[in-house]
Design a protein around this ligand. Structure first.
Ligand SMILES: [Zn+2]
Ligand SMILES: [Zn+2]
Length: 150
């Protein structure tokens, strides 16, 4: 599964604490960023609360992931059922599997608009984020949570 980035290479994220949306840069934003160890958690630029790296999915991304994986999971179940029925038949028990498991289609890909504005923290400027234009600071550094004004 792949998620769309905007034209600046940013990925949309949603804070599990304040449910605010922002974007972080996908992958290292610069050579300096490449040399940094990736942190165990990030801080929300909007509310400053930390969360683990896999806690930032937006509702749209979760829905999309479910839509992508559900048909694959349904096909797997169907294959296993067929295999089970096949071995059952060899013991002279009659089973038949009619039709297929009703699998929904794959959802259309997400589209990432070029909204929001880039802000960089003074302490970790190699890790820029995008925040909603309507938001007003202070913002928090993605890496260390330090508050800063723009
Ligand atoms: Zn937050
Ligand atoms: Zn920082």
């Amino acid at each position: 599964m792949s998620l769309p980035l905007d034209n600046d290479g940013f990925l949309r994220r949603e804070c599990p604490h304040c449910i605010g949306q922002f974007k972080w840069h996908h992958g290292p934003a610069s050579e300096e960023a490449e040399e940094q160890p990736s942190p165990a958690s990030y801080y929300c630029p909007l509310c400053g609360q930390p969360a683990g790296l896999d806690s930032w999915w937006t509702q749209e991304q979760l829905d999309y992931a479910q839509g992508v994986f559900a048909p694959a999971a349904a096909r797997m179940v169907e294959d296993e059922l067929k295999a089970a029925f096949k071995s059952a038949r060899s013991k002279h028990v009659k089973f038949s599997l009619q039709g297929g498991v009703n699998a929904p289609g794959v959802p259309s890909p997400l589209i990432e608009p070029d909204d929001m504005v880039i802000v960089t923290s003074p302490c970790h400027s190699y890790e820029p984020v995008k925040v909603p234009e309507a938001a007003s600071g202070p913002y928090h550094c993605l890496v260390c949570g330090q508050a800063f004004a723009v």
